[in-house]
Design a protein around this ligand. Sequence first.
Ligand code: AP5
Length: 227
Amino acid sequence: MGLQPRDDVVLLLGAPGSGKGTQARFLADTLGIPHIASGDLLRDHRGRGTALGHAAQTYMDRGDLVPDSLVVDMICARMNEPDACRGALLDGFPRTVAQDQALGDRLAVRGSGVRAAIYFEVPLEVLIDRLAGRWLCRRCQASYHEVYRQPERNGTCDRCQGELYQRSDDKREVVANRVSVYLRDTLPVVERYEQRGLLRRIDGDRPIEVVRDALRSALELHAEVAA
Ligand code: AP5
C-alpha cells in the first residue's frame, strides 16, 4: 500500500552527499510531516553555543559521529514537539545500530513505528564531487550545488534570500572520513531495514528531478498528493 500523508515515521538513509537533504523538503511537504535532520539540529546547537553544540563540535569537525546518547536525546526531544506527534521524516538518523534500537523503543512507546526507509544509492566517487561543490542557506538550510543546482543569484538562496555558505566539514579529507564512518557504522542500519522488508532503494545518481520522480513511485505517492 502507498504511503499516505501523516503516516508515522519515514527514514532517509544514505551516504554523505547522497541527496537526503535535497529531497527531504519535497517529501516532508508531500507527506505532511516535519523534516527532522540530525545534522541541522546539531549545527543549530553549535550556532547557539549550547552545551550540546560544544560537545558535538570536535566530532563534527573531524567527520566522526557524535556519541549516541547525545544524539538520541536530541532527536527524542524534537520528536516530542507537537508538530511531530503524528510522524516525522528523519534525515541522518539513525546512523548506528544503537541509535536504531533507541528509535524503535521510543516509537513503540507511542504506538508507532518506521513505515519506510529510503536509501539513496550513489557511487562513492560521486559523493566527493557533490560535497565539494555544495552551498547551503544559512537561514533555511536549502541546498545548492555550483554545477548541478545553481541558485538564480550567486550566493543568495532562491527560497528566502538568505546567504549561502560552504560547510567546514565538506573539505576533501573530512569528507573521506565521513564516508568511511558511514560504511562502518551506518551500512549495518541499512541492512536491518533490508531484512525487515522496509528498505526502498533509489538510484540517487541521476538528475535531482528524476530522483524525485523515483521517490514518488517508490512510496506510491499519488499525483494529487505529490503535486
Ligand atoms: P549531516 O548534516 O547529517 O551530513 P551527512 O549525512 O554527512 O549528509 P549531508 O548533509 O552531507 O548530505 P545529503 O545526503 O543531505 O546531501 P545533499 O542533499 O545536501 O551530518 C553532519 C555531521 O553531524 C556528521 O558527520 C556527524 O558528525 C554529525 N551527525 C549528524 N547526524 C548524526 C547522528 N545521527 N549520529 C551521530 N552524529 C551525527 O546533497 C549534496 C550536494 O549534492 C548538494 O550540493 C546538492 O545540490 C547536490 N545533489 C543532491 N542530489 C543530487 C543529484 N541527484 N544530482 C546532482 N547533484 C545532487
